[in-house]
Design a protein. Structure first.
Length: 97
């Protein structure tokens, strides 16, 4: 039960990562001409972080399905996926400055 709650929370964290990365990319894309190179770097970072978050979310979903069917303990995996998503959100927020 705890694993399911953690995985669902990790899913919501991935949605928050999508929104955060999108907003950071949008704000960086509308930078002044003097900040274009910095804005482009932030856009690339936000896209890369989103891609890593997507891979982590898919891997977490696969672990939940495969190990859940085999009745293996998955609480540690669920906590790791949630921690990874929250860490990626923190990375995007800190990079946006």
């Amino acid at each position: 039960m705890i694993a399911a709650v953690l995985f669902i929370t990790a899913g919501f964290a991935f949605v928050a990562l999508c929104v955060t990365s999108g907003m950071v990319g949008l704000i960086a894309g509308s930078a002044r001409e003097s900040d274009i190179s910095q804005g482009a770097g932030i856009i690339v970072l936000a896209a890369a972080v989103w891609l890593v978050g997507l891979i982590v979310a898919i891997a977490g979903l696969l672990v939940w399905i495969v190990d859940g069917v085999r009745s293996r303990p998955i609480v540690v995996w669920a906590a790791a996926v949630l921690a990874a998503q929250l860490g990626l959100i923190a990375l995007v927020m800190s990079a946006s400055g």
